[in-house]
Each structure stands twice: as C-alpha cells, then as structure tokens.
Design a protein around this ligand. Structure first.
Ligand SMILES: [Zn+2]
Length: 240
C-alpha cells in the first residue's frame, strides 16, 4: 500500500528534475565552486569529502540491498553532467529505510577522494524516501578493463544539452561492484544549492572503465567535480 502511494510522487519529481534550471554555475572561474552561494559556503557538513581510511570507524553497517530493475534509457545532458532518469520501481533498502532510485549521473575525476586521491570517474546513484530524504550511492571507476554496463549506452551520450530516449533500457544494478562494502557519512548535494542532510554511501570496491570510455565522457565534460570539503566534526563509518 505504501508503494502505491509513493509512485505518483516520484513520477512528479522526475519530471520536475528533468526540467529544473537554476542560476548559472559551473566548475571554473567566476562561476566555479568558490563562488557557489548559500549552503555551499555556509554549510558544515558538505560533500564531497576525502575519506582517510585510517580514521574511519569500522562498524556493523546495515547491508545495502539493491532492488533495481530495468528502466527505459533516458539520458539527459543538463549542462553539468550526463544523467539517466530512472523510472519508478528501483529501490534500495538500508536497514529499515527504503529509498526510490530517481537518477544516476557521472563526474570526472571522482569527487570523492580515498586517502587524498580521486578515482578517474564516479557514478552517483540518487535515491529519495517517502519523507523526501536523499541517499546517494557512489561507485568509483578506475581506468582498466572496458566496463560492460557502460558499453550498453556510452555510445549514446548526448554531447549537447538535451535528452536521448531511444527505446532501449538499462539496469543500474549492472553498474555496481561485486562487493557491497561501503563507507557511510552524512553530507550534502555536491552541486548548488548544496543542500545538507544527504545520506552518503561510497562503495569501497571500485569498478573499471577503459581509457577510451573515460575519454568519451571527458570529451563532453572534461572536469565536473567539486573539490573536497572540510570534514569538520563528522565521522566516517566503514562497514566490516
Ligand atoms: Zn553527483
């Protein structure tokens, strides 16, 4: 019953998200991260962060239960990244909490750093629960073997602002690493308005992307990563 209630809300959010356009911002110069406003400057729990593994707290974290399903391909170049809008029905369970997968998108290099080093790319899987709280799962990519999941749609990335919708489908589950161990912390959106209260899960195990695949993305977005932000008094937990 709860599920039936959730679906129309999510559908509305997806539509709004696809067409949302805020004030101009970017990653360089006078529109760059140093000039992003509001919570981006004032916040004390911002993302991304550098995860120093020796300072993480090893603990029993709830397993991430991915209940993802096939979704029609709907790739949006929104001027900041390439985003796949996901149809209702894909969910993640974190302990007792259930979040609906809304969309996923890419950054290069990865916004997250592990011990001071970014990975070559990252995908952010953005979820929302019935209370409107966000949970993001980040999967890091390192240059290596060709990524099969990316291969299915990487040739279709829209180079200019707009949407590609060709009747094919994709399952976000294919983007995940085999091992579902993760780092957990509280953070924010990494783009304006940098809203806090976002539940972050960064997967410990990276996946691979070929140099050619990485370059195909960089040709459209050479650099779309916010610098790491101060941890302040936050704790980063690591699943055992
Ligand atoms: Zn992101």
């Amino acid at each position: 019953m709860k599920l039936l209630h959730l679906l129309p809300i999510t559908a509305t959010l997806l539509t709004a998200g696809a067409w949302a356009s805020g004030p101009h911002w970017g990653y360089h110069g006078k529109h760059g991260p140093k000039h992003w406003e509001g919570e981006c400057q004032m916040g004390r729990a911002q993302s991304p962060i550098n995860i120093v593994t020796s300072k993480t707290v090893s603990t029993e974290l709830p397993p991430l239960v991915f209940q993802y399903q096939e979704s029609p391909l709907q790739l949006v170049n929104n001027g900041h990244t390439i985003q796949q809008n996901v149809a209702p029905g894909s969910r993640i369970r974190i302990g007792d909490d259930v979040y609906e997968l809304l969309q996923f998108h890419f950054h290069t290099p990865s916004e997250e750093q592990i011990n001071g080093k970014p990975a070559d790319m990252v995908v952010h899987l953005v979820h929302k629960n019935e209370q409107g709280q966000l949970a993001v799962v980040a999967v890091l990519f390192k240059v290596g073997a060709e990524n099969k999941a990316l291969k299915s749609f990487w040739g279709k990335l829209p180079a200019k602002e707009g949407t590609l919708d060709d009747g094919s489908s994709i399952n976000a589950f294919d983007l995940l690493p085999e091992n579902h161990g993760y780092f957990a912390f509280s953070g924010s959106l990494t783009t304006p308005p940098c809203t806090e209260g976002v539940r972050w899960q960064v997967m410990k195990e990276p996946v691979t992307v070929s140099r050619a695949q990485l370059n195909a993305f960089k040709k459209i977005f050479p650099m779309n990563a916010r610098p790491v932000q101060a941890l302040n008094d936050r704790e980063v937990k690591a699943s055992k």
